[in-house]
Design a protein around this ligand. Structure first.
Ligand code: GTP
Ligand code: MG
Length: 246
């Protein structure tokens, strides 16, 4: 890792942890006293389908993907209370942030967590069978209470996905930023340089953005492949925006 920049990592306190009132427990397990890590960013997020899909994009082809999306959005734990569909997204900063938090979180599967690492956070999770319409079990869902970035490069991708630079104190920015000199609009999964009826303006000149996001937008505007997807750039700008389909 670049010696100049601080190590940061993303934690999500997932809907099952919120429902079971485990937020305080998780924060206390990850507190500076235990980990030596500091808060760099924190927000309550109503997770959109776009954000959920981008966050778990590596699992898009897996059989458990639809249930994973329903889970992180909050539909599983609050089926009739959409206003409770939230996760708490946190950026922690400090030496070995990713490794320290992964250790305290424990193995992905809560059954394995209980066997192999009693006392870790995910030992308090559950594994739930997924049934098809006929009632046959076709897989399982791992309700494991928190997400924790797996590697430093995953942490970078995820922090840039969930947080805008200005969600993080300027002296704690770990990744390069740049000031936009252009307007960018979004509608129906497409990027527009000018206002279209029904489009959303997500960046205006003067806004501070991740440099990699602006590079992505410039490349996409020219029809070239880009380091990130358009959805990964836009999703954070739509966090907690009221949208018709929610
Ligand atoms: P996260 O911190 O949530 O990213 O977990 P992880 O890094 O320990 O695991 P990974 O990124 O591989 O998987 C992301 C999420 O997908 C997990 O938290 C699980 O909820 C779910 N998941 C991963 N692998 C499986 C699997 O084999 N079966 C099922 N049912 N769910 C899985
Ligand atoms: Mg992961």
């Amino acid at each position: 890792m670049d010696k100049q920049r601080p190590e940061q990592t993303l934690v999500l306190i997932k809907p099952d942890a919120l429902k079971n009132s485990l937020t305080g427990y998780v924060l206390s397990q990850l507190s500076e006293f235990h980990t030596g890590l500091r808060f760099a960013g924190l927000k309550v997020v109503h997770v959109s389908k776009m954000l959920a899909g981008e966050h778990y994009s590596e699992h898009r082809d897996k059989v458990f993907f639809p249930s994973l999306i329903d889970y992180i959005i909050g539909r599983i734990h609050y089926p009739d209370e959409p206003w409770k569909h939230r996760v708490i997204a946190i950026v922690y900063q400090g030496p070995d942030a990713t490794k320290k938090i992964r250790d305290i979180a424990g193995p992905t599967n809560p059954h394995i967590a209980r066997d192999e690492k009693p006392g870790c956070i995910r030992a308090l999770g559950t594994v739930v069978p997924i049934k098809e319409a006929g009632g046959n079990v076709i897989g399982d869902r791992m309700d494991n209470l928190i997400h924790a970035s797996a590697t430093d490069s995953e942490a970078e991708r995820e922090i840039k996905l969930w947080f805008k630079p200005n969600d993080i104190p300027p002296l704690m920015h770990a990744y390069p930023t740049e000031v936009s000199d252009t307007y960018y609009y979004f509608k129906d999964n497409k990027l527009y340089p000018n206002h279209e009826p029904g489009s959303m303006c997500f960046l205006v000149p003067g806004d501070v953005a991740w440099r990699s996001d602006l590079e992505t937008l410039r490349l996409l505007n020219q029809g070239h492949p880009a380091p990130y997807s358009l959805e990964a750039v836009v999703a954070k700008h739509l966090i907690n925006e009221k949208q018709d389909n929610q």
